[in-house]
Design a protein around this ligand. Structure first.
Ligand SMILES: Nc1ncnc2c1ncn2[C@@H]1O[C@H](COP(=O)(O)OP(=O)(O)O)[C@@H](O)[C@H]1O
Ligand SMILES: [Mg+2]
Length: 226
């Protein structure tokens, strides 16, 4: 398998005063390039904690994460966690977190410019991907002028545009009505297929979970394949 992400024996607990709560017990996972994987599970199961660990927002207590053959601890030791996030991970959250003072196109351009892509090329790339998510006509609109569904599609475009190794999505349809959910799932599926993206999505939604090629269920910090 052409492994892009390897997760081995990850454990994580939170300390709250005297009390230690074990949230992630022992998680193992392999992702190959082009995998589309979903994780379902009840609230409190540890899904967001797991994604935060993969995105290097949280450190695990033990275990190893290897991305493209390089250990996450090595990035940390070399002071390159920021680089890891910038170059390898694309995040989509339940809220879009678009920057209100920038247009849809500028919001998509920013991570490209941060990667050193020149203005004109970044603009072209942003337009291309905004067209793909059906927002060509909305490129020059500000977030306040976009609906929730449109904003969330801009967030997808922003996550995908820099061609990250992995796209992590945490309840990305959680704030959408059923019509926009459908559109969102279609857009994500199309992008995933056409660009051979590696996507790991955490969700309550059956429809979104079912769009994935491989499905997992998380319960009390354990992951099982469905
Ligand atoms: N910063 C934190 N400090 C203490 N406990 C936390 C913290 N974040 C999450 N938890 C607890 O960890 C468990 C898993 O949370 P989370 O990963 O958010 O689950 P999910 O995303 O599946 O709903 C929950 O019991 C939650 O209360
Ligand atoms: Mg969560």
């Amino acid at each position: 398998m052409n492994s892009i992400l390897s997760v081995k024996n990850i454990k994580k607990s939170y300390r709250d005063g005297e009390v230690t709560v074990n949230v992630i017990h022992d998680i193992n996972m392999e992702l190959a390039r082009g995998d589309f994987v979903s994780i379902q599970g009840a609230s409190g199961a540890g899904k967001s904690t797991f994604l935060s660990i993969l995105g290097a927002i949280l450190l695990p207590d033990s275990g190893t994460i290897t991305i493209n053959g390089k250990n996450l601890e090595d990035y940390s030791r070399e002071g390159k966690i920021h680089e890891y996030r910038k170059n390898h991970i694309g995040f989509i959250f339940q809220s879009h977190y678009l920057m209100p003072d920038f247009t849809a196109m500028e919001n998509v351009m920013i991570p490209l410019l941060m990667r050193g892509i020149k203005n004109q090329a970044a603009k072209q790339k942003a337009m291309e991907i905004l067209s793909k998510v059906g927002l060509k006509e909305r490129a020059n609109h500000y977030p306040s002028q976009l609906s929730g569904g449109e904003s969330q599609r801009v967030a997808v475009a922003r996550a995908v545009a820099p061609e990250p190794d992995i796209v992590l999505a945490d309840e990305p349809t959680g704030n959408l009505d059923s019509h926009n959910k459908k559109i969102f799932i279609q857009v994500l599926e199309d992008l995933q297929k056409s660009r051979d993206l590696t996507v790991l999505v955490v969700t309550h939604e059956q429809d979104l979970a079912a769009a994935a090629g491989r499905r997992y269920f998380m319960k009390d910090g354990y992951l099982s394949q469905m």
